[in-house]
Design a protein around this ligand. Structure first.
Ligand code: B12
Length: 338
């Protein structure tokens, strides 16, 4: 954990976003030197890059490269290095798995560089090539692990969070009964009421949701940078905690109990075959029982191949500031903003 680095990156991002409120931040380089992640970078053709790079950010910020990552769960570490090794080994992946004699190789490469989806992978007769098939099996296994895995308590403790449960006790029930994942257990309600500050401006919650890997890989950076961002914006953030096996609408129950102005829920997304470790941040102004979905909003695709976690945390702070200013979120926010 390196709070100074998180603070530095968060400050740069918040400054950038505040000076460029109207522009789309993705894919642009700021004058302050924060480089945003190239979403469609293809791991098989591009060298791996760190989530956040701070490049000659100012006279006093001369570090050429900053890597933010301190907590490393051993499984997550194993997985990350396995993925990396797999990508390294697959240096020639696109060649082996690609179309043998493309009519237009330049155009094909251009198309492939625009998406991480499995396009232009070629085939062996009527079947996929062995490399394509093995990569598919690998990514599918990672997705299953993400859904069925549990977040390491060490991470939850290291973030200073306490853990509560929904009405779900096992993953099979979680998958079959989304409604149970939207309700807190009676014990959870008591613990939350006993431990949490009432009526904060911002209530942060974390939950594994559909991907424990998403929390393991990204939660620390997003959470720390979100905290820094809220601190720099002068926003009070109550007592954050972790909900095991939660669904998005569980925030309504938290809203009822603690009456925060805004709830932000960092939750694992349903894994796909491109990334099994993607995190979402769902936000809502004054969520309560009966809140309609249109009043929620989401920033999705937070992971090292999407929106870099530390930048997402910083960005979230500025979105929360807007939600508080207009006292609305989702479609209501859009309507009020005009
Ligand atoms: C599954 C899914 C759905 C399912 C949700 C069904 C269900 N009960 O789970 C369905 C098909 C209904 C759906 C609908 C929509 N979705 Co959708 N969805 C997803 C997906 C693939 C996974 C979401 C997830 O894992 N959530 C986490 C789990 C734990 O949450 P949950 O509690 O089980 O389910 C809730 C959330 O999934 C939430 N939700 C799902 N989509 C959206 C979209 C928005 C804007 C909001 C606020 C909430 C929300 O609604 C569920 C019920 O509360 C994501 C892709 C991704 N990478 O995240 C897109 C995604 C979140 N959806 C998206 C969109 C645009 C929509 C729609 C607005 C599409 C439309 N034009 O109608 C609607 C809005 C629905 C809503 N709740 O307001 C976009 C959001 C883009 C953005 N940043 O704003 C995403 C990122 C897909 C994408 N890449 O474009 N979605």
């Amino acid at each position: 954990m390196n709070p100074e680095l998180i603070e530095k990156v968060t400050r740069l991002v918040v400054e950038k976003l505040q000076s460029q409120q109207t522009s789309d931040v993705k894919g642009q380089e700021s004058s302050a030197g924060v480089k945003f992640w190239q979403h469609t970078s293809n791991p098989s053709t591009q060298p791996s890059r760190m989530a956040v790079e701070v490049i000659k950010a100012g006279k006093e910020d001369t570090d050429s490269l900053i890597k933010i990552k301190s907590y490393q769960n051993t499984n997550a570490l194993k997985m990350t290095s396995t993925v990396k090794a797999s990508h390294d080994k697959n240096e020639n992946y696109s060649k082996k798995a690609g179309i043998d004699h493309p009519a237009d190789p330049v155009e094909l490469e251009a198309l492939k560089s625009k998406t991480p989806a499995r396009i232009g992978v070629g085939r062996a007769g009527t079947r996929p090539k062995t490399d394509t098939w093995l990569k598919f099996r690998f990514d599918h296994a990672a997705a299953v692990d993400a859904v069925y895995g549990d977040v390491n308590d060490e991470l939850i403790n290291s973030l200073g969070l306490f853990k509560v449960n929904t009405m779900v006790n096992e993953k099979e029930v979680y998958i079959r009964r989304p409604d149970y994942g939207r309700k807190l257990s009676e014990e959870a309600k008591k613990i939350i009421l006993a431990k949490c500050q009432k009526g904060p401006a911002v209530q942060i919650i974390l939950s594994d949701g559909l991907s424990s890997s998403a929390i393991e890989e990204n939660a620390e950076d997003v959470y720390l940078s979100l905290q820094q961002s809220l601190k720099s914006l002068g926003l009070d953030m109550g007592t954050p905690f972790y909900i095991e096996k939660g669904r998005v609408a569980v925030m309504d129950e938290v809203g009822e109990l603690l009456k925060p102005k805004v709830v932000v829920l960092l939750i694992g997304e349903r894994p796909g075959l491109v990334s099994a470790e993607s995190l979402s941040a769902y936000l809502c102004y004054e969520p309560r029982k009966g809140t309609i979905e249109a009043d929620r909003m989401v920033i999705s695709n937070i992971h090292k191949g999407g929106i870099p976690p530390a930048e997402a945390g910083a960005y979230l702070g500025t979105v929360i500031q807007k939600v508080l200013k207009y006292e609305a979120s989702g479609v209501s926010l859009v309507k009020k903003q005009g």
